[in-house]
Write a protein that binds this ligand. Structure first.
Ligand code: SAM
Length: 226
């Protein structure tokens, strides 16, 4: 059974589905999508040998090798420019996701949709999307096995876009909807920030700029949760 988190990503793939799943590990997502949609095609990319072998095994076990190409390589190195219309990158930190996208920008040619699930640092990913003219068209926030995950769905527009600082932090759609998971996440985030502020104030040279930033974010969180 595919995790709820990966099922959410799958629902945002557009037909005809031809996508690359970067950092695919067992290739569960491409296998799920290609077993449900008999026209779908995918590339499962993996940089590490163990996960790469696991991906090959899952694809072979499900007899999907004719439609899922498992490739070993770093980030977008596994695809050619124009090869896929959609990319999924899930289960990594936001910094690593941005690094993968930055490292091989020519491979984004023709990529209309990015479906990204950063485990942490989602604001960095939103900033990257905005800078690279990908418009966030939907966002999801879910809880699974005690963890909270955000999924960002974005389409290439070619237009300059502008998100406010608050939208970068909370997510424009998540901020609008404010479901229970969102509220739970930001209650926890406020506690984290308050703890950090208190710890930083104890340091001999307190990082004033960082403290001010965290205090500003705490005020925003209070406003949003009010
Ligand atoms: N995407 C799957 C998911 O969400 O369940 C697997 C997530 S797993 C935590 C992260 C995977 O990304 C690992 O299998 C790791 O080997 C792979 N990975 C990390 N950096 C990578 C990179 N630069 N290029 C390709 N794969 C990478």
């Amino acid at each position: 059974m595919l995790s709820k988190r990966l099922q959410v990503l799958a629902t945002y793939l557009q037909s005809p589905v031809h996508f690359a799943d970067i950092g695919s590990d067992h290739a569960y997502l491409p296998c799920y999508v290609c077993s449900k949609d008999l026209q779908a095609k995918a590339v499962a990319g993996e940089v590490n040998q163990g996960p790469y072998e696991r991906a090959i095994q899952t694809v072979a076990d499900q007899e999907l090798a004719d439609r899922i190409s498992v490739r070993k390589g770093d980030g977008l190195a596994v695809i050619s420019p124009g090869e896929v219309r959609q990319l999924t990158i899930a289960g990594m930190g936001g910094k690593l996701i941005c690094q993968i996208l930055n490292n091989d920008k020519d491979k984004l040619q023709g990529v209309e949709r990015l479906i990204l699930q950063p485990n942490v640092d989602a604001p960095l990913v939103r900033e990257w999307l905005q800078t690279h003219q990908y418009k966030i068209v939907a966002e999801e926030i879910i809880e699974e096995d005690g963890y909270i995950y955000e999924v960002l769905i974005s389409d290439y527009t070619g237009d300059n876009l502008y998100l406010t600082d608050k939208e970068i932090l909370f997510g424009p759609f998540l901020l609008e909807k404010q479901n229970d998971v969102f509220r739970l996440k930001w209650k926890k985030e406020m506690d984290k920030r308050n703890y950090l502020i208190n710890q930083m104030k104890l340091a001999t040279t307190a990082p004033e700029a960082k403290i001010t930033q965290l205090q500003k974010e705490c005020r925003w969180i209070q406003e949003v949760l009010a």
